[in-house]
Design a protein around this ligand. Sequence first.
Ligand code: ATP
Ligand code: MG
Length: 358
Amino acid sequence: MELLDFRPTLMLPHSFSNVPIQNISHQENISGTVLNNRYAIQKVLGRGGIGLTYLAFDSHRFNDVCVIKEFAPVFQETEQFNKLRDLFIREAKILYQLEHPQIPKFYACFQSQERLFLVQEYIKGESYSKLFQQQLKQGQTFSESEIMIWLKNVLPILDYIHQRGIVHRDISPDNILKSAAGNLPILIDFGVGKQSNFSTQEITNNSINQSHTPTLVGKTGYAPWEQLALGQCFPCSDLYSLGVTAIVLLTGKQPTQLIDDSLQWQWRDHTKVSDAFAQIIEQFVAYNPQQRYQSAQEALTALNSLHTTSIKSVYFKSYSSPKPKIEKPKLLNSASTSDRLAVQFTKYYQDEYKFALF
Ligand SMILES: Nc1ncnc2c1ncn2[C@@H]1O[C@H](COP(=O)(O)OP(=O)(O)OP(=O)(O)O)[C@@H](O)[C@H]1O
Ligand SMILES: [Mg+2]
């Protein structure tokens, strides 16, 4: 394995998401701009890896609010530009295929003055990162029962996309909104979703196709090692990120504050949850992909079977409080290298970074 070759590239200090919005020329005086003789931009909602996100009014739909993503990468070097453009178009195709009440509807993709745009349904609501901040300000975090319900509401979305061969690859509190109508979680930001034909068996057999140069995208702390170091994604990679998101919402801490030098999650002391629930969360975030739940459905079944168990374990908590023994997963030959890489990488980047390796 030539994993060490990844390191210099991984250390590229590029974080698209940290580029200040005011540096983006497109953004200047953007409010009021009409695109395609149809969409009146109101404001910028965000600046991500491959584009800007705007709030706009659609004059062909009675000025209904919509969200427009513009392909506007920070790096304009041709090879990178083309790869990023592919990612952007991939988002359009992915959204087009999906029809789920907890995924924004895709409306259109258009080009205007050589700029590429994607129009999607606007979801009224707050992101879980905002809700999390609001909770923290009040000295609170999400409770076990809130996160239990939340997971049961998010997992069907993952089940839906995974069944269609799509791995989201960027699950985090930023990319899950709580809809004002119905309170259900809505999964957004499919810019880095990708069709996945891998099974976790392939990774454990060390049979990763080395001639394939992966495009790595993910958020440090949320993305599992196989995604960050190898560019390999499975449904259980999304489940890992969802587990990290649950831990963050439960503890009020960022992932980098909760993972130790041996890449074990140390989160139990920061929140009060039943042992049975904690064991399920631990399985979401197991280091070894094969030790995680292999499907959203499997995770849902575990959560659903918890109801009676968790009542018992809360009831008897004072009599049976030892922490669950989480066996350290047997690392693959390759994993020990990527383990070290990931530790170095996490230490190097203290903040949350979104990065792409091309
Ligand atoms: N469909 C939507 N409805 C309501 N708000 C949205 C929607 N899509 C995005 N947003 C808002 O815009 C912000 C940025 O959008 P999004 O997460 O899609 O892109 P990003 O993270 O900035 O970029 P990238 O696509 O490169 O990851 C979100 O955090 C959210 O607040
Ligand atoms: Mg996002």
